[in-house]
Design a protein around this ligand. Structure first.
Ligand SMILES: NC(=O)c1ccc[n+]([C@@H]2O[C@H](COP(=O)([O-])OP(=O)(O)OC[C@H]3O[C@@H](n4cnc5c(N)ncnc54)[C@H](O)[C@@H]3O)[C@@H](O)[C@H]2O)c1
Length: 348
């Protein structure tokens, strides 16, 4: 163990790099947690906590007074960024598929709750490289679950997806709609939910799975293949052409990232062994997004047409009454307001 000046501790343990900012409370502030303990303030591990959604969850958890540790890697295809890291969290740069490293990390953190956001997040990448998708989204999850069991973690909150449904059998999509995923990404997210159910029954690890709609907002990677609002916002502001696939009338349920983070915060203490859809109940087309961004930025970029992308769905939107009943959650940010906030972020 090596101590550095300036209140920063750097520990090298089985290849894990850990940084403890001097501002944080001493780790172990809530000693002796058990599976039964349900403290007001929790020790939480957020995997993917430097990513788009994960970093907002970290911010919300810290604002609520919890102790937070973050596992992240800066995988170039994912959205993990150093600037997203909240300085009041502990940071562990590690790959969730690396068994030995994750084990050492769980031994150090011993989280009461794990918020599992780390994933290969792109439908497009999953169709090109299903093996990578399954390695991170299935084997990585199994690594996390095994360690939860080993150190006595009480609960895992899981970032599931509307992609598990494929083309929905009925609308609006609720938790009862059969899952018929149409992409490797949708398949691995669905499999993950089954592992959570199994782990709960076999090992007693509680879970809440949140099936997100299309999440958007500040910090979303505007250079990726997913996240149309972030991609458009950057291109509108740079006065660059935008690509619209299919006929642009494909409609999705776009939910603002702060609303998603709030659902995760509520799930820390509620929604035991439940699955909830997290969306807005409103479907917006890509053409509508184009118009909204044109109104906000005052610019109408050239449109480059492209065919339907594999795994894309034409119409989907959620019924979120279960999240309201079980978590007391409702979306608060309208699409117009959320797009304005996103544009303001990318203007900076
Ligand atoms: N953005 C959406 O619209 C959306 C919709 C449904 C579900 N989700 C899910 O929400 C979660 C967060 O997604 P996001 O949009 O914030 O994506 P993101 O790429 O910004 O975040 C994912 C994070 O996981 C990290 N990660 C990836 N592979 C890793 C590995 N092997 N080891 C450690 N860390 C790894 C990435 O570096 C990144 O920080 C993901 O599980 C994603 O599948 C996202």
């Amino acid at each position: 163990m090596e101590w550095l000046s300036g209140g920063l501790v750097l520990v090298l343990l089985a290849g894990v790099t850990m940084q403890l900012p001097s501002k944080t409370l001493p780790w172990g502030y809530h000693p002796g947690h058990t599976k039964e303990r349900h403290s007001q303030y929790m020790r939480i591990l957020v995997t993917g906590g430097a990513g788009f959604i994960g970093s907002h969850i970290v911010d919300h958890c810290i604002a609520a007074g919890h102790e937070v540790a973050v596992v992240y890697n800066l995988w170039e295809e994912g959205g993990g960024k150093k600037e997203n890291l909240n300085p009041q969290a502990r940071f562990f740069r590690a790959d969730i598929t690396d068994e030995a490293t994750l084990q050492a990390l769980f031994d150090e953190i011993r989280p009461e709750v794990v918020s599992h956001q780390a994933a290969q997040h792109s439908v497009a990448i999953s169709t090109k490289n299903p093996r990578l998708d399954a390695t991170v989204n299935v084997l990585g999850l199994l690594n996390v679950l095994s360690n939860c069991m080993r150190v006595g973690t009480r609960k895992l909150i899981f970032a599931s997806s509307g992609a598990t449904y494929g083309t929905p059998a009925w609308l609006p999509v609720d938790e009862e709609v059969p899952q018929q995923p149409e992409s490797p990404y949708g398949i691995t997210k669905m499999i993950a939910e089954h592992y959570l159910r199994y782990w709960q029954a076999a090992h007693g690890l509680a879970y809440t799975a949140l099936r997100y709609g299309n999440v958007y907002g500040p910090r979303q990677d505007p250079n990726g293949e997913a996240g149309v609002i972030a991609i458009f916002a950057k291109r509108f502001l740079n006065q660059e052409p935008v690509r619209i696939d299919w006929d642009g009338e494909q409609k999705k349920d776009y939910v603002y990232v702060e609303d998603v983070a709030r659902a995760n915060l509520l799930a820390l203490e509620q929604g035991e062994n439940e699955i909830c859809c997290i969306g807005t109940g409103r479907a917006a087309s890509v053409n509508e997004l184009y118009q909204a961004l044109a109104t906000i930025t005052g610019y109408h970029p050239e449109i480059v047409r492209a065919p339907k992308r594999p795994g894309d769905i034409y119409l989907t939107y959620f019924d979120c009454r279960k999240a309201e009943q079980i978590l007391g959650w409702k979306p608060e940010v309208s699409l117009e307001e959320g797009i304005e906030k996103t544009v303001a972020f990318f203007r900076k």
